[in-house]
Ligand binder design. Structure first.
Ligand code: C2O
Length: 359
């Protein structure tokens, strides 16, 4: 995985109609520093509790809006700016980097569609959350998660919608979303492009079985849950490949497609990797995807364990942290959620409402 201080190029893969792309393909990080620090675990006492986006307290919602607004107010070339945070995803996923540091300058890096998917996004959100907290001086700041595995959380959460009063603007709103899929429409966790014409009751039942499918039936062992091996010298794996992890290929991608605006050439924002990070909903979606990893482990089913292969444990990424330092982080460290000082607040005791939803 790349040292982001090395050459970064314009994103050129996975974007169909280049002229019609509504977001920039220049995704390289700004004013890159040359020193990369080793990662140290936070030494704070409090644990950041991520909360269900459909059920946040007034205070949680206000803080979140304030932090995102502060991020939007930074100059574009600031490594913490809203745009730079969005570009991280684009650079890592649409051919911004090659494997030059591992001796394969002609092969792009793609952290999707393989076993890098879960750890990479866990780190991405880890720093994103800490940066937001720092912007509002709140060391307890925690992200919301889009609780789409719970019947009460199956619409786009209200906090992400346009303000009712026209004079106000919501920093969590994004204009590039599919107009057909705004509330009260329920998400289709098995969305593949076609509209399902069904009742809410059936949609809920289908969604619960889809979660069961991805966490239990199709994710029975390490490889089927995390995705296939991907090491230096491997060409990027295509989405749709059989080896893609169950959640990544399942609920995860379905939600991306379902939210993205189908009238845009590349289904911006959520429907394409290069533009996803421009929708604040992306981070709430990924927070829930990250939570699926935790729930999968908590099921305690034999086989539900993280990879132990050194190639996985020692894969690394470089991010800007909340102090604007470049930090190198390893997969092996993101397994330790306790040490990362964040967790998920569960609103109901039945964390697994899909447990009995065997398809
Ligand atoms: Cu990096 Cu949901 O994609």
């Amino acid at each position: 995985t790349p040292d982001i201080t090395s050459i970064c190029k314009e994103a050129d893969s996975g974007i169909k109609d280049l002229e019609k792309a509504v977001r920039t393909r220049k995704c390289c990080p700004p004013n890159i520093k040359k020193t990369i620090k080793p990662f140290v675990f936070p030494n704070e006492k409090t644990v950041r509790m991520r909360w269900p986006a459909h059920n946040g307290s007034k205070e949680q919602v206000e803080k979140y809006k304030k932090a995102i607004q502060a991020m939007r107010d930074l100059p574009d070339d600031h490594p913490h700016s809203f745009i730079q945070q969005a570009k991280i995803h684009c650079a890592y996923c649409n051919g911004g980097y090659t494997q030059v540091d591992s001796g394969f300058p002609d092969i792009d890096i793609q952290i999707h569609n393989s076993w890098l998917f879960f750890p990479y996004h866990r780190w991405y959100l880890y720093f994103y959350e800490r940066i937001l907290g720092k912007l509002i001086n709140d060391p307890t700041f925690a992200l919301p998660y889009w609780n789409w595995d719970n019947p009460a959380g199956m619409t786009i959460p209200d906090i992400f919608l346009e303000e009712k009063e026209k004079s106000k603007s919501n920093p969590l709103f994004d204009i590039y979303r599919d107009a057909r899929h705004l509330p009260p429409k329920l998400v289709d966790l098995d969305f593949g492009g076609g509209e399902r014409d069904t009742t809410n009751e059936i949609q809920i039942a289908c969604n619960l079985s889809t979660v069961y499918r991805d966490l239990v039936r199709n994710g029975a062992d390490t490889k089927s849950f995390f995705g296939g091996e991907y090491v230096a010298g491997d060409a990027p794996v295509a989405n749709g490949d059989k080896s893609v992890g169950s959640v990544e290929a399942g609920c995860h991608i379905a939600v991306h497609r379902w939210v993205g605006d189908s009238t845009q050439a590349n289904f911006e924002d959520m429907g394409n990797l290069y533009s996803s990070g421009y929708d604040p909903l992306f981070y709430a979606h990924h927070s829930n995807v990250d939570r699926m990893w935790k729930l999968w482990k908590d099921l305690g089913i034999p086989g539900h364990t993280e990879p132990t292969d050194p190639d996985w444990l020692n894969a690394s990424y470089v991010f800007y942290d909340e102090n604007q330092d470049l930090v190198r982080v390893y997969n092996k460290d993101c397994i330790k959620m306790d040490a990362l000082k964040y967790n998920y607040y569960e609103e109901s005791k039945s964390v697994f409402p899909w447990r009995k939803s065997r398809p």
